[in-house]
Design a protein around this ligand. Structure first.
Ligand code: PEP
Length: 259
């Protein structure tokens, strides 16, 4: 059985000191972490520092919060896929709603990033999600499947999703403390899988679909217990060692097959 995937996105937070403290306490708090695929995305500038503090234990995978689609050249301020690979990064988040909103990244740019990552063997974590208005207008599936995911599928082929991770993150649920309804999330995840299934049944089985948006230690299991939720993308709660480790511990001990 595949391991549940738990991603911690630290956003623009952290320092050398806080990372050292986090790592020290994190492993003390975790009881059965080998049952989860734990992925952490510190700010890019701390990726190498974080990796060295982990002593290459291979217990946590390194993830970048974003990337440029160019591998090198005159692109001041950017970080390239090749550079991330060079320092041992395995996963890269693309299309996070904060990038779409603050940096005006559209589906075309996100598809280019996806393509660059695939070319060099980094694993994309593609964030998709609707606004509150789109939800109220019943446009969720149109936005996340027919627009956001389809942009990648049309350019790269549906099989390109085989080893990728999709994170369904309703924009209105990110950082607001108002998580989505787990039953509704199951329906949406099932619809995403169905959408992919119609194009390729094997890809639909292989692709991992995570939920993200105001996850905490109290609600995590309510999402994870749903059939089509393969894991969670955790933002603010991943900054708190105790809370993040509690989420991981709960999920590690939850056996989906027996419930
Ligand atoms: C995120 O940043 O992707 C996220 C889900 O944040 P939060 O958990 O704080 O809502």
């Amino acid at each position: 059985m595949n391991k549940p995937i738990i991603i911690g996105n630290w956003k623009l937070n952290g320092s050398k000191y806080s990372i050292q403290t986090f790592v020290r306490n994190f492993f003390k708090e975790l009881s059965n972490f080998k049952k989860c695929n734990i992925i952490i995305a510190p700010p890019n500038i701390y990726l190498d520092f974080f990796k060295n503090i982990l002593f290459n234990k291979n217990l946590i995978s390194l993830c970048a919060q974003d990337v440029d689609f160019n591998n090198y050249g005159s692109f001041t301020g950017e970080t390239s896929p090749l550079m991330l690979k060079d320092i041992g990064v395995k996963y890269v988040i693309i299309g996070h709603s904060e990038r779409r909103f603050y940096h005006k990244e559209d589906d075309q740019v996100i598809t280019k990033k996806f393509s660059s990552l695939k070319k060099i063997g980094l694993i994309p974590i593609i964030c998709i999600g609707e606004t509150k208005t789109e939800k109220l207008q019943d446009k969720t599936i149109d936005v996340i499947c027919y627009k956001q995911l389809n942009s990648i599928i049309e350019k790269m082929g549906v099989e390109s999703l085989n080893d990728s991770i999709i994170a369904y993150e309703p924009i209105w649920a990110i950082g607001t403390g108002k998580a989505a309804n787990p039953n509704e999330v199951q329906i949406i995840h099932e619809s995403i899988r169905q959408f992919i299934f119609k194009k390729n049944s094997q890809t639909a089985k292989k692709v991992k679909i995570l939920y993200g948006g105001s996850i905490n230690e109290k609600n995590a299991i309510k999402f994870f217990e749903k059939q089509d939720v393969d894991g969670l993308l955790v933002g603010n709660a991943a900054l708190e060692t105790k809370i993040f480790s509690r989420i991981i511990n709960e999920i590690s001990y939850y056996n989906k097959n027996n419930n």
